[in-house]
Design a protein around this ligand. Structure first.
Ligand code: G4P
Length: 281
């Protein structure tokens, strides 16, 4: 988790992805349902052109269900197949199989016309760090799945997980690099915990989060901490600090600790199911 990216990393990841994409029919791209745009890297659209595309709105359990639906429609309108999933609990896994068949229908049809039968669909999972790729592969593939060996000449050095008769998954996910150039993107990834906390000013971020929550999800802070949401964001943080007994020596309020609590509660869904990026209507 929390991989630090440098230009060298990105070049290497991109080259690896270009190689792997040659081997597959379908790209299964994971995005974080709470920040579906910031957790994507649109470079994958160029890298994966001519491939079947499936987007998984992962961590859907932590995101607002109305927004999950809105994002599903948004990506479907752009031509992607979309499934909402919770890779930790396994919710949504059944729907994926149907989506894979649907997304690869053309390929299967082409094979059939050429008289090729039972050639499995090959897929790979891609996404930015911490979006849930390993969790998804473990849950989706399960423990019962046998790994197939190398395919001589074709996929040297690659391991495939045989999901069933018709689908094989590359066992190592492709890592996409976040779009750090955009500061807003960096901030949103920090909110959801996909960027190292210690390089950021968490107290300042928590004030932004408070502002957002009050505007888009009024009442959630009040309910969680039994505080008033009125006043400046810093006053709300102060109220959270008081409510949770965050004190330094000498009765001084510990804002850093209060922001830590706020972020833990937000990231684990204790404040509620919250989506930070809303579909523009
Ligand atoms: P990566 O391979 O893409 O880097 O991500 P990874 O699977 O390691 O998942 C990153 C974190 O996100 C993990 O939490 C994982 O449990 C959590 N996660 C993945 N998918 C989902 C999901 O659909 N819903 C929820 N709520 N969480 C999900 P962690 O705190 O790093 O580890 P752990 O506490 O789960 O062990």
């Amino acid at each position: 988790m929390n991989v630090q990216w440098y230009p060298g990393h990105m070049t290497k990841a991109k080259r690896q992805m270009q190689e792997d994409i040659k081997l597959i029919d379908l790209i299964i791209e994971l995005v974080d349902a709470r920040v579906p745009l910031s957790s994507r890297n649109p470079d994958i659209d160029e890298l994966g052109k001519n491939k079947a595309r499936l987007i998984l709105l992962n961590k859907a359990d932590l995101a607002d269900e109305r927004q999950n639906e809105a994002w599903k429609n948004f990506f479907q309108a752009k031509g992607f197949f979309v499934v909402k999933v919770d890779s930790r609990s396994g919710a949504g896994m059944k729907a994926i199989q149907a989506a894979i068949s649907e997304a690869c229908k053309e390929k299967t049809e082409r094979d059939r016309k050429r008289g090729i039968k039972n050639r499995p669909i090959r897929a790979m999972v891609v996404g930015i760090p911490n979006v849930g790729k390993s969790t998804f592969i473990n849950t989706f593939a399960g423990k019962a799945c046998a790994k197939t060996g190398n395919r001589p000449g074709v996929t040297k050095g690659k391991q495939w997980i045989k999901l069933n008769k018709s689908v094989e998954l590359l066992d190592t996910p492709g890592i996409l690099w976040p779009k750090f150039e955009d500061q807003e993107v960096g901030m949103r990834l920090a909110y959801v915990g996909s960027i190292k906390d210690d390089i950021l000013n968490m107290e300042e971020l928590s004030l932004n989060l408070i502002d957002f929550l009050r505007q888009y999800y009024p009442g959630v802070l009040e309910r969680r901490y039994q505080i008033s949401e009125e006043g400046k964001p810093v006053e709300v943080l102060e109220a959270i600090a008081r409510a949770r007994g965050c004190l330094k020596k000498g009765e001084e309020l510990d804002y850093a600790k209060a922001s830590g609590i706020l972020f833990d509660d937000f990231r684990s869904g204790k404040i509620g199911r919250i989506t930070l990026e809303w579909v523009k209507e």
